[in-house]
Design a binder for this molecule. Structure first.
Ligand code: G16
Length: 546
C-alpha cells in the first residue's frame, strides 16, 4: 500500500468579503482563482461545520454545474477533504451534479453534507462567476447561523490543510483510495432519475408523449442537459430534439443560464409562434430553477407554484394531499389562496431556499417555491427544475387540458394575482444602499398613502427553531392585498441589484386577460416614485422585467 502523505498546514491570511449571500459564496472566477481564495473559504467551511469528533467516518458529497473552474476546484476540495479527515467523498462523474441531484445524493447516502460548486444562473467562463455552497446532512443549504459561522472563520483563518497528491481522474464511476480517504466517483444522473420515477407515473407520461405530446426544454448549455436527455428523451420517449442546448459548456455558450424571458427568449418566441409545442420549459446553470411557458402563455413562477399546489394530488407522490406550503415573502400571494382552500398552512419566509429546510424537515410543508423561478417539494431540500417540469407534465397529462386552459380555470376559481419583478442590475452599491436606507426611514416615519394597510421591513421568526432574520425586504402593502416590495439581491457579484416586486389581486374574471405590465402600471409608477428609483440609479427603466 502506498504511503499516505503527511498533512500540509499551509499558512494563510483572512481575505475580506467572504460573506455567503442568498445562496453560498459567489464571486468572479478571477477572484476565486487568486491566491488562496478558494482554499481559505473551503477551510473556513470545514472549520465552521466540523463536529467535535472531527470528520472521521463521515462522507462528503461533491459536485458542481460544470462551469469554468469547476474541474480545478474539485481537485482542490478533494485534497483538502482528505487532509481534513473525511472518510469518503462521493463526487459526481466529471465533477458534475445538479443542485437537486446533489441534495438527493446527500440524503440517500446519509452523508454529513456536501459542497456544491455553482454560481447558478450567473454567467460563466474565465470572466464570469463561480460559487460554492455547503449543504447540510438534510440535503439543504446551510442555515444562516452556519453561513455566519463560515464568514467568522474566514475572518480569523491562519492556515488551511491539504495533501500533496496527484490529480485524481474523476471522469468515470469507480472507487479510489486518495490519501487516507475513499473517493467514489458516481454516475451524476442515475440516482436522480430513480428518484423522479418514484414520484411520478412515468408510464402515463410516456403514453402521453407516444400520443404526440410535444415538449421544448431549453437546458441552456448548463447542467440539466444530461438529466433532461435521460428523462425526457430517454425514459419518456419524447422526440429527439426535445432538449435544446443540451450539451453542458463551461461558459454556457456565452449566455446567462438564467431561465427568464430575457435569457430564454428563443424558447419564449417558439412558444408564442404558430405550431408551438404543448409545453415549453427551461432550467438554469445548476438545474434548480425552472421556467414554464404554455402555448401562448408565460406562467409566472408565483402562479406556477399556486397551480402546482392546487394540482399536486394528481401525481402519485402527493396523491394523499399536501401538509402545507411555503413561499418567500416577495413571491405573490397566489399560493396562499390555494392553501386556504385546501385547509393547509401557508408560511411566508425570507428569500432563500435555506429558509424552507426547517419547515420541510418538520413536515410542516410539502411544497414550496419562490418568485425567482424555484419550486420544489419534500423529495429533496433544494428547488428542482426538472421536478417542476415533470409535475407540470403530470397535470397536463391527467387533466387533458392545455396550460392555457389550466391557468384560466385557476384564475377563474381563485382570482388572479398580477405580478411582476423589475430588476435594476449592477447599480452603484452605495447609491443602492442609500435608496434602501432612505426608504426604510420614510417607512418608519409613516407613509401617507391612500388605502395603505401597512409598510414595514420584513422580519421572520422560524417557527421550528425560533431563529430571527431581520431586514429581509421593505414592504408597502395596501388594503386589497396589492403590494410593492423592495430588496437588494444577495446573489450578484458586481455592484448591487435592486429588485422591485409588484403585485395586485384581481377577482373579476373579465379582467384576467390584461397585459401584466398594463395591469400593474399605477403601482409600478408609485414604486418608482416612492423610492426615487430613476433619480437615484440613473436608470430610465429596469434591465430585466419578469
Ligand atoms: C438563489 C436562492 C433563491 C433565491 C434566489 C434569488 O437562487 O437559492 O432562494 O430566491 O437566489 O436571490 P436574490 O434575489 O437574493 O438574488 P439560485 O438559483 O441563484 O441559487
Amino acid at each position: 500500500m502506498s504511503k499516505i502523505p503527511a498533512v500540509q498546514r499551509i499558512p494563510t491570511q483572512p481575505i475580506a468579503g467572504m460573506k455567503p449571500g442568498t445562496s453560498g459564496l459567489r464571486k468572479r472566477v478571477t477572484e476565486f482563482q487568486s491566491g488562496n481564495y478558494l482554499a481559505n473559504f473551503v477551510q473556513s467551511v470545514f472549520n465552521a461545520v466540523r463536529p467535535d469528533g472531527g470528520f472521521t467516518g463521515l462522507t462528503l458529497v461533491l459536485g458542481g454545474d460544470g462551469r469554468y473552474f469547476n474541474d480545478a476546484a474539485i481537485q482542490l476540495v478533494l485534497k483538502m477533504a482528505a487532509a481534513n479527515g473525511f472518510a469518503r467523498v462521493l463526487v459526481g462523474a466529471n465533477g458534475i451534479l445538479s443542485t437537486p441531484a446533489a441534495s438527493n445524493v446527500i440524503r440517500k447516502n446519509k452523508a454529513f453534507g456536501g459542497l456544491i460548486l455553482s454560481a447558478s444562473h450567473n454567467a460563466g467562463g474565465p470572466e464570469g462567476d463561480f460559487g460554492i455552497k455547503f449543504n447540510a446532512g438534510n440535503g439543504g443549504p446551510a442555515p444562516e447561523k452556519l453561513t455566519d459561522a463560515m464568514y467568522a472563520e474566514s475572518q480569523r483563518i491562519n492556515e488551511f490543510l491539504t495533501l500533496d497528491l496527484p490529480e485524481l481522474d474523476v471522469s468515470r464511476p469507480g472507487a479510489h483510495r486518495y490519501g487516507g480517504m475513499t473517493v467514489e466517483v458516481i454516475d451524476s444522473v442515475a440516482d436522480y432519475v430513480q428518484l423522479m420515477k418514484q414520484l411520478f407515473d412515468f408510464p402515463a407520461l410516456k403514453a402521453m408523449f407516444a400520443g404526440g405530446f410535444r415538449l421544448a426544454f431549453d437546458a441552456m448549455h448548463a447542467v440539466t442537459g444530461p438529466y433532461a436527455h435521460a428523462i425526457f428523451e430517454g425514459e419518456l420517449g419524447a422526440a429527439p430534439g426535445t432538449v435544446h442546448n443540451g450539451t453542458p459548456l463551461k461558459d454556457f455558450g456565452g449566455h446567462h443560464p438564467d431561465p427568464n424571458l430575457v435569457h430564454a427568449k428563443a424558447l419564449y418566441d417558439q412558444m408564442m409562434a404558430p405550431g408551438a409545442p404543448d409545453l415549453g420549459a427551461a432550467s438554469d446553470g445548476d438545474g434548480d430553477r425552472n421556467l414554464i411557458i404554455g402555448r401562448d402563455l408565460f406562467i409566472s413562477p408565483s402562479d406556477s407554484l399556486a397551480m402546482l399546489a392546487a394540482n399536486a394530488h394528481l401525481a402519485p407522490a402527493y396523491a394523499g394531499g399536501i401538509a402545507g406550503v411555503a413561499r418567500s415573502m416577495p413571491t405573490s400571494g397566489a399560493v396562499d389562496r390555494v392553501a386556504e382552500r385546501l385547509g393547509v398552512p401557508c408560511f411566508e419566509t425570507p428569500t432563500g431556499w435555506k429558509f424552507f429546510g426547517n419547515l420541510l424537515d418538520a413536515g410542516k410543508i410539502t411544497l414550496c417555491g419562490e418568485e425567482s423561478a424555484g419550486t420544489g417539494s419534500n423529495h429533496v431540500r433544494e428547488k428542482d427544475g426538472i421536478w417542476a417540469v415533470l409535475l407540470w407534465l403530470t397535470i397536463l397529462c391527467q387533466r387533458k387540458q392545455s396550460a392555457m386552459q389550466i391557468a384560466q380555470e385557476h384564475w377563474a376559481s381563485y382570482g388572479r394575482n398580477y405580478y411582476t419583478r423589475h430588476d435594476y442590475e449592477e447599480i452603484d452599491s452605495t447609491a443602492a444602499k442609500k435608496l434602501m436606507a432612505d426608504l426604510s426611514a420614510k417607512i418608519d416615519a409613516g407613509l401617507q398613502l391612500p388605502k395603505l394597510k401597512f409598510a414595514d421591513d420584513f422580519s421572520y421568526t422560524d417557527p421550528v427553531d425560533g431563529s430571527v432574520s431581520k431586514n429581509q425586504g421593505l414592504r408597502v402593502v395596501f388594503e386589497d392585498g396589492s403590494r410593492i416590495v423592495y430588496r437588494l439581491s444577495g446573489t450578484g457579484t458586481t455592484g448591487s441589484t435592486l429588485r422591485v416586486y409588484i403585485e395586485r389581486y384581481e377577482a373579476d374574471t373579465s379582467q384576467h386577460g390584461l397585459d401584466t405590465q398594463a395591469a400593474l402600471a399605477d403601482l409600478i409608477a408609485l414604486a418608482g416614485k416612492l423610492a426615487e428609483i430613476r433619480e437615484r440609479t440613473d436608470r430610465e427603466r429596469p434591465d430585466v422585467i419578469t
